[in-house]
Design a protein around this ligand. Structure first.
Ligand SMILES: [Zn+2]
Length: 186
């Protein structure tokens, strides 16, 4: 049985902080992200978390032993296909690609451009702080490319697996994970 619930992601309202010095002002930019209300398909979220966990079993992680699986469904894919992948490490460390990007690029390679939900399961650290379970900075920027960069209409959600049996997943989005992500406006 499918269940759709409305979810509120709270606004971020961090003001700028400007300090005057003899050499000029120092500005610490704040962040402003409006509140977001989204409909979440609970069964689909559960399915994506399950796919991410299974994908992690195929991780090639002989160096870090940190197995990660990711699963994504795209908003512009009428078939609702779930693309899943794992992290693939390399002896030349810089060649390593995270599970999130492997899954996302599999979907993008089929022509899809807008994320609906992207789930990630760091199966070896599910009980760890969010910083050890949420996408790395590179993946946040990669994910951002495939969301609507107008944050007032962006509906993409990042679903983060946890160890807590009472929590299906933690729900975030790119504006809150990467409020100052780079955009090439040229
Ligand atoms: Zn990453």
């Amino acid at each position: 049985m499918s269940e759709t619930i409305e979810l509120v992601l709270p606004a971020l309202n961090i003001p700028d902080n400007v300090t005057q010095t003899a050499a000029g002002a120092l500005k610490v930019p704040g962040a402003r992200v409006p509140e977001k209300r989204v409909s979440l398909d609970v069964a689909l979220a559960q399915d994506l978390i399950a796919h991410a966990r299974v994908a992690a079993e195929s991780a090639h992680a002989p160096h870090s032993h940190f197995h990660v699986g990711a699963a994504v469904v795209m908003a512009d894919d009428p078939s609702g296909t779930i693309f899943s992948a794992a992290n693939i490490e390399n002896s030349s460390y810089g060649v390593t690609v995270c599970g999130e990007r492997n899954a996302l690029y599999a979907a993008a390679s089929k022509g899809f451009r807008r994320i609906r939900y992207l789930a990630v399961s760091t199966v070896d650290s599910l009980g760890s702080p969010l910083s050890e379970r949420s996408p790395c900075g590179v993946c946040r920027q990669a994910i951002r490319e495939f969301t609507d960069q107008d944050v007032s209409v962006d509906e993409a959600l990042i679903l983060i697996d946890t160890k807590d049996p009472d929590i299906l997943c933690e729900v975030m989005d790119i504006p809150r994970l990467l409020p100052h992500g780079f955009t090439f406006a040229g």
